[in-house]
Design a protein around this ligand. Structure first.
Ligand SMILES: [Zn+2]
Length: 377
């Protein structure tokens, strides 16, 4: 890994931006993460970059110009025609028209494109606003309007890189990224996700034409099972592939407290994956992703930043950091009586258990995945 310290890419566009009061993305996430990191004294201003908005031309590297224009129209008019709704799924399927419906996705894309540029010669960049892995070339999908991960990977390819690893820890299958690189031997996509959950793709036998590894896991998937998958399937595959660059999607909806999935990871699992990836390629971009419990999202992503910097989280958070977490309001069941450790700690208690037989089956599939020949060192 290059000797330059990690960079955090954020934006104030996420503060007070909401998909609407009844939507899972009613909650603040990036703003709380940044506030928490700053309250912990973990952000040297020299290491922070404000995310630019991607230009229309940059978005068009992956997205249909007609679709981009429809997003801009929806933001300008705050409504959507029946034709645009049907064709582009804007204002449908959980993808609402909201105040920043073009600017916010364009900012997440701009942040990941900036990260690709900052890592051109090597380095580590954290973009918690990125990770919109369901976005399609010509339509919104799964709360995602653009696919910032695809755009970032394309930017790396455009720099001349030829061996990219995309690893997705979100509870939902990283379908948009997998399908974008269908049959492209330069990009290996790996997705750990809950089996039988929307978008209902990503079966273990689906290799997307050759270079995808899908690791569907059952409800209750816990830290010991993730450790076994990491050590048995994911890390050996990465060492075999020898990527020039790694992009990690760190969806926090795989954590136990999340209201939209039934996985049971603690944030130790995400931290340990970040720790394991740090030395495996000269370039690393860590994105956010899903995550619908505001406490677990902010604690997880602040912990990711700590791990990237080699910082140990305090056993008990200082008052300023607790104040950030105590200031959150959440209108779901979990918000009525939040446990005290959501305010006072960053690191969860580990969630261990017996490793079920599905792990060995997935490890065997990873071992059997054919890869292009490694470059001569
Ligand atoms: Zn998700």
């Amino acid at each position: 890994m290059s000797g330059t310290p990690p960079i955090l890419v954020g934006s104030e566009i996420y503060r007070r931006s909401t998909y609407g009061p009844k939507h899972p993305l009613a909650i603040p996430r990036v703003s709380t993460t940044l506030d928490l990191i700053r309250a912990l004294g973990w952000l040297d201003p020299a290491r922070y970059r404000d995310s630019p908005m991607a230009s229309v031309a940059q978005l068009a590297r992956f997205h249909d110009p007609d679709y981009i224009a429809a997003l801009q129209r929806a933001e300008a008019t705050q409504q959507v025609s029946a034709e645009d709704r049907a064709r582009f799924r804007i204002g449908a399927d959980g993808n609402p028209v909201y105040r920043e419906v073009f600017r916010r996705p364009a900012t997440s894309a701009g942040g990941v494109l900036l990260a690709a540029e900052l890592t051109r010669e090597g380095g580590v960049v954290h973009v918690p606003g990125g990770g919109t892995h369901h976005g399609r070339p010509d339509r919104a999908s799964g709360f995602c309007y653009v696919n910032d991960a695809v755009l970032g990977l394309l930017a790396w390819l455009d720099q001349g890189l030829t061996r990219l690893l995309y690893l997705d820890l979100d509870a939902h299958h990283g379908d948009g990224v997998q399908d974008a690189f269908h049959d492209d031997p330069r990009v290996l996509t790996v997705s750990v996700h809950e089996a039988g959950r929307w978008p209902f793709t990503g079966a273990a036998e689906d290799h997307a034409g050759g270079l995808a590894l899908n690791l569907p896991v059952p409800a209750g998937f816990h830290d010991a099972e993730m450790r076994a998958l990491r050590e048995g399937a994911i890390l050996p595959l990465i060492r075999r592939f020898r990527p020039e660059a790694i992009m990690l999607q760190c969806g926090a909806d795989a954590l136990e407290e999340d209201p939209l999935s039934r996985l049971a990871l603690s944030n130790n699992a995400h931290r340990d994956m970040v720790a394991a990836l740090k030395g495996l390629a000269p370039r690393l971009i860590v994105l956010g992703g899903g995550g619908y419990n505001p406490w677990s999202v902010a604690r997880c992503w602040a912990l990711v930043w700590a791990e990237l910097n080699g910082l140990a989280p305090p056993v008990e958070l200082p008052a300023a950091a607790q104040a950030v977490l105590r200031g959150l309001r959440f209108h779901r069941a979990a918000g009525r009586n939040p446990p005290e450790h959501w305010f006072t700690t960053l690191l969860d208690a580990p969630r261990e258990g017996a490793v079920r037989p599905f792990v060995a089956e997935l490890v065997a599939r990873a071992e059997g995945l054919p890869l292009p020949p490694a470059p001569v060192a």
